[in-house]
Design a protein around this ligand. Structure first.
Ligand SMILES: NC(=O)c1ccc[n+]([C@@H]2O[C@H](COP(=O)([O-])OP(=O)(O)OC[C@H]3O[C@@H](n4cnc5c(N)ncnc54)[C@H](OP(=O)(O)O)[C@@H]3O)[C@@H](O)[C@H]2O)c1
Length: 290
């Protein structure tokens, strides 16, 4: 039976394209209110118009933020509280940390972080921290972070987490996706088994999106166009994400890593509790969290 998400509200980062937009589409079709996060006003407006075209009664808000910047992420909390107040709501039922990027060359954000580390790992970490009071205020809530099968190749280098000394774009991407699972593991441990907030890492599989075409060299674009040809359309992983957001029986689940609606064993490096604890502490320092 179709689960109705009428009355529920979800934040989706990277809601302007690919898996994030497909997730927002499915949430809207199930009656949920969506607060989408995007970095471009034009793309936000287009995504909002598209979502409203699916259901003219849909409640869709777009908040602008460059998730490579901690200053923008901190400002999001106020914007999301304002959006909720305008909807007459006091809490969030879920957060989808979906926005992600691939950069081939070492690029630093204006705040001095390696870009993939900032967008793919620190942004989910800090945004979840900022929105936790709104998630804890809900009867139950979910935090779904979009990881990747690339995490199986990830190996964190504790003396150079951002790979600034010896950069490889692919290794940096793999490490951020490993960090997504470790973050999820530690979030659940800190919240406790009885918490109303449950976190999951989603593996979308190979998906036909433009991620490898954005700001990448021509060789990477050529490679990604060939590779993604064998991928699934974005609505397929979106179904898995919506399942993780909404399936009531998962509230007590201690499975961390999910693909296509089923738990899957993550790499042994992703399930290392000491590493999860250590990464959390390092991420707090990087985000200036006491
Ligand atoms: N495609 C795959 O095969 C695949 C496989 C495994 C995991 N994933 C993961 O799936 C997630 C979604 O990726 P996708 O494939 O759907 O790619 P996508 O279509 O490029 O979507 C990425 C989204 O993130 C947004 N974004 C990127 N950098 C941002 C920033 N600095 N601030 C705010 N938003 C930003 C993009 O905004 P714009 O629309 O403005 O570009 C876009 O909405 C990522 O976490 C990715 O690592 C993808």
């Amino acid at each position: 039976m179709e689960i109705s998400l009428n009355g529920k509200t979800y934040v989706v980062t990277g809601a302007t394209s690919g898996i994030g937009l497909a997730t927002a589409e499915q949430l809207v079709k199930k009656g949920a209110a969506v607060i989408g996060i995007g970095r471009s006003q034009e793309r936000c407006d287009a995504a909002k118009a598209h979502l409203i075209s699916l259901d003219p009664q849909a409640s869709v808000t777009c908040c602008l933020a460059d998730l490579s910047l901690q200053s923008d992420i901190r400002a999001l909390r106020g914007k999301i509280e304002k959006a909720l107040a305008e909807m007459g709501k006091e809490y969030l039922n879920g957060l989808v940390n979906n926005a992600g990027t691939f950069t081939y060359w070492l690029a630093l954000t204006p705040e001095g972080f390696e870009k993939q580390w900032a967008v793919n790992h620190l942004a989910p970490f800090l945004l979840t921290h900022e929105l936790l009071p709104l998630l804890l205020a809900a009867p139950t809530a979910r935090v779904v972070t979009v990881s990747s099968g690339s995490h199986y190749q990830g190996r964190l280098k504790w003396d150079d987490l951002q790979l600034r000394r010896r950069y490889s774009g692919l290794r940096a991407y793999q490490n951020t996706k490993l960090a997504n699972v470790l973050f999820t593991l530690e979030l659940n441990r800190l919240m406790g088994a009885d918490s109303t907030v449950r976190a999951f890492a989603a593996d979308p599989g190979l998906v036909k999106t433009d991620i490898g075409l954005k700001g990448t060299p021509s060789l990477v674009r050529w490679f990604w166009k060939r590779r993604r040809a064998g991928g699934k359309p974005a609505h397929v992983p979106a179904q898995g994400i919506v399942f993780l957001l909404s399936e009531p029986s998962l509230q007590g689940s201690d499975e961390v890593y999910w693909k296509a609606g089923k738990p899957k064993r993550a790499s042994k490096f992703a399930l290392n509790e000491d590493d999860a604890f250590r990464l959390w502490a390092q991420s707090e320092l990087m985000c200036g969290i006491a």
